[in-house]
Ligand binder design. Structure first.
Ligand SMILES: [Zn+2]
Length: 358
């Protein structure tokens, strides 16, 4: 998977830590298996040090029936693949799915990720139903009415939706997890909501603390995702949120797209990047190696906290080398896609082995 830069065989370089849990991946099955499958995505996950991944339901068709939840669970996989089911039928934002039946079939969370639940009343209703069924809602926060063009999604399109859903969670008592936050205002809103006692957790992704929107000029369409890369001041605030505990989880939002699609002009190229095999090394390099957070805190963000939120008990572990610099080579990825902004970059934190146990 990786091209090793220096050959350092000193065993003191290798350490054993709990395996990671990714709360946000897109496996593209069913419907777009040229981009990824449960099998290929789960192999990328294992190579990246993950024992469990939560896959989002915005496939084709959308995972909104017990049969489709069972289908995902039945696919051959290299790690535990846990399906999230849709909040609304077909992710159309109109009619709620059958939370009870979907939970019974093995859905571990509910999300319309890929798009927001735009109607506030539907989202409130979903939260009441989540309370009744004791399930977690994961919200993709995006107010589309504030977006004028596809390539310009302003910070307020994210944080106004974060504010709405935090208030709904406070009022309904629902357990809410906010996906992929990227703006400084989102960090502040969630920090305040947590102080008021709302049952809110949130995640950010490695690209939101390692890249800014200026990286588009260097990287091109592999620096385009939704939400988009932000300014330096947002990166600083995201790091502070990771440090002070406002941000609970680092997820990848692993979103495979084919080379052909990503080679289109920015106006047409799809949003998203792969991230399962770079999550640890980017996080270790940008957060721990640079002194922003402790190694213990990183293990909480990538392993302990997502396990706690999803109710996972696992003694799986990863063996990592944190002292040898290496160059990431996306052409060796287990993913079927190659859309990484981190190709050929130097990192610390190489995954040597993922050992799956009960
Ligand atoms: Zn999303």
């Amino acid at each position: 998977m990786f091209v090793k830069e220096k050959n350092n065989t000193d065993s003191s370089n290798t350490i054993r830590i709990p395996a990671f849990v990714d709360m946000h991946v897109h496996l593209r099955e069913p419907g777009q298996t040229h981009k990824e499958t449960v099998f290929s995505g789960s192999r990328a996950a294992k190579a990246g040090g993950f024992s469990h991944i939560l896959c989002m339901p915005n496939t084709s068709p959308v995972i909104d029936t017990p049969e489709l939840v069972s289908y995902i669970r039945s696919r051959e996989a290299a790690v535990s693949v846990l399906p999230a089911a849709a909040v609304t039928k077909g992710q159309q934002g109109k009619e709620l799915t059958d939370f009870y039946a979907l939970k019974k079939a093995g859905a571990l969370a509910f999300s319309d990720d890929g798009s927001p639940v735009e109607d506030k009343n539907i989202m409130r209703e979903a939260m009441y139903r989540a309370v009744e069924n004791e399930v977690l809602i994961i919200s993709h926060c995006e107010d589309k009415s504030l977006i004028s063009s596809r390539l310009q999604s302003p910070p307020e399109a994210e944080y106004s939706a974060v504010l709405r859903d935090c208030e709904l969670a406070e009022n309904t008592g629902a357990r809410l997890h906010i996906a992929h936050i990227s703006t400084k205002e989102s960090v502040d809103i969630i920090r305040n909501a947590k102080k008021k006692g709302a049952k809110i957790t949130c995640e950010t992704c490695p690209h939101y603390f390692s890249l800014t929107r200026d990286d588009f000029f260097r990287v091109g369409t592999n620096a385009m995702m939704n939400p988009p890369l932000r300014k330096e001041e947002d990166v600083v605030a995201i790091k502070e949120g990771l440090r002070d505990g406002t941000i609970d989880v680092i997820s990848t939002d692993h979103a495979p797209h084919s080379v052909y699609e990503k080679n289109q002009a920015p106006e047409f190229a799809p949003f998203g990047i792969i991230g399962l095999e770079t999550s640890f090394c980017v996080s270790y390099t940008f957060l721990v190696k640079s002194g922003i957070i402790t190694f213990e805190r990183l293990i909480s963000l990538m392993s302990e906290k997502p396990k706690e939120i999803l109710g996972i008990k696992s003694s799986s572990y990863v063996v990592v080398d944190i002292n040898t610099e290496f160059i990431y080579d996306v052409s060796c990825s287990y993913s079927l896609s190659r859309n990484s902004p981190f190709d050929k970059q130097r990192f610390y934190g190489k995954i040597l082995k993922t050992v799956l146990e009960d």
